[in-house]
Every structure is written in structure tokens, then in C-alpha cells.
Design a protein around this ligand. Structure first.
Ligand code: CA
Ligand code: CA
Ligand code: CA
Length: 225
């Protein structure tokens, strides 16, 4: 209950416009766009940056503390005016801090999603959308704070990935050393850069893997008969 009161208080403060707005430190700063506006207790990202916005809070976990926030923007005027969802964020693990935020275009299509999958307060997964579909995912799989995996999508399906297994990438330069190619959700080809010159030294193709999986399928079929 105390939490709820505190929360309502903070919402009220935001509603009135914070007279002492502090800069928002968002995880993954540098990739995102700076937002101005009121201060939110949970450092949320879905905030009005002008008139014509509406904020909705939802408690989906049943603890009386809202864990989902949606930001709507009024599009059009007069009788054509409508509210469009432009931002949605959620606290996935119930610690009061939002872990995932998705930004939408003015047409209401997904544009970008940032997620803190390991709940350490730092964004480790950024998803880019093109025409409302996933086009690229950038992931920090090792929790170092640096992207080490990029997955490229076509038609909503992953087709290719680049990985920086040796952690050679810097903020200025992406230096992958493994390239993976997928067909129908299966890895069909893997190229590895062993000596660090950025070029593939070894290609592994799926022929052997295909044989092995066919063999395994056959064996499991035989075992189940
Ligand atoms: Ca959380
Ligand atoms: Ca994280
Ligand atoms: Ca090489």
C-alpha cells in the first residue's frame, strides 16, 4: 500500500510538471534519443514530451502496483482525432523498475524495443523494426555492456547473425568473428575468423549436421516403435 501511495504521489508530481526536472539517465544511452519532461520514480521511458498525450498504468501481476505503462498520443484533429499507442513499457520481474520498452511510430507500428533481460538495470537487447516487423536484434549476451551479437531478420525470420566471440568490438567499431546463416530456423552455414583479421578462416556447413540430425531422427523413430 505504501508503494502504491508513493507511486500515486510521484504520478501526481509528474502530472503537475516537476519543477526540478533531472536529466534522465537511460540505460543504453547514446543509442536512444534524449527525452525531456517530468521525472518518473522508476526511470520509465514512456513520457509525454508535449501536449496531446495520455498515460495509462496497469497492474498485470496483481500486487496493486502498476507494472505496465502505455503512452498514447492524440493524432489528427476534431472528429478525426484518435489516440495512438506510441510507447509501452513493463516491469517484468516486479522489482519496480521497467525492464522493457517498446516505441511505436505515429501509425502505431513497432519501431524499436529495448530490453534488460537479466534485470541488472542495463539494456542488453535492442530490437529494430522495419515496417512493423523485426529487422535486427542487437544483443549483449555476455552482460559486458557491449553488443556482441546481431541477428538479421527477413520476413520476420532470422536469416543471418554476426557474433563477436572474442569481444573485440568497441563503441565505435563492430568487429564480428563469426557469421551464421539460417534457413527455416536452422543454422546451415557458419564462418569463423580465427586469426582476428575480420575475414573468415573456416567455414562449417550443415552437411554433416544434416546427416547427424537425420540419423538421430531415424534412431528416435526406431526407438519409439
Ligand atoms: Ca524490473
Ligand atoms: Ca541487462
Ligand atoms: Ca581471419
Amino acid at each position: 500500500m505504501k508503494h502504491l501511495l508513493l507511486f500515486l504521489l510521484s504520478v501526481a508530481v509528474v502530472g503537475c510538471g516537476s519543477k526540478d526536472p533531472k536529466p534522465v539517465t537511460s540505460p543504453g544511452a547514446g543509442q536512444g534519443e534524449a527525452t525531456s519532461g517530468g521525472e518518473v520514480a522508476d526511470a520509465g521511458r514512456c513520457k509525454p514530451d508535449g501536449p496531446g498525450y495520455e498515460v495509462s498504468e496497469y497492474d498485470t501481476s496483481g500486487d496493486n502496483t502498476p507494472d505496465v505503462r502505455k503512452l498514447f498520443k492524440t493524432m489528427g484533429e476534431g472528429s478525426l482525432a484518435r489516440l495512438v499507442l506510441v510507447c509501452r513499457e513493463a516491469d517484468l520481474n516486479g522489482d519496480g523498475r521497467k525492464d522493457i520498452v517498446r516505441l511505436y511510430t505515429d501509425e502505431g507500428r513497432p519501431m524499436r524495443e529495448e530490453a534488460d533481460r537479466d534485470f541488472d538495470g542495463r539494456i542488453d537487447e535492442v530490437t529494430h523494426f522495419t515496417n512493423g516487423r523485426v529487422a535486427l536484434q542487437e544483443i549483449d549476451t555476455s552482460g559486458t555492456g557491449m553488443i556482441d551479437t546481431k541477428i538479421f531478420y527477413e520476413g520476420g525470420q532470422p536469416v543471418r547473425a554476426e557474433r563477436d566471440m572474442a569481444n573485440r568490438s568497441t563503441a565505435a567499431e563492430w568487429r564480428p568473428d563469426r557469421w551464421e546463416y539460417y534457413t527455416d530456423g536452422r543454422t546451415v552455414r557458419v564462418g569463423t575468423d580465427i586469426n582476428g583479421d575480420g575475414k573468415v578462416d573456416r567455414w562449417d556447413r550443415d552437411e554433416e549436421r544434416l546427416r547427424n540430425s537425420a540419423l538421430a531422427n531415424q534412431q528416435s523413430r526406431e526407438a519409439s516403435q
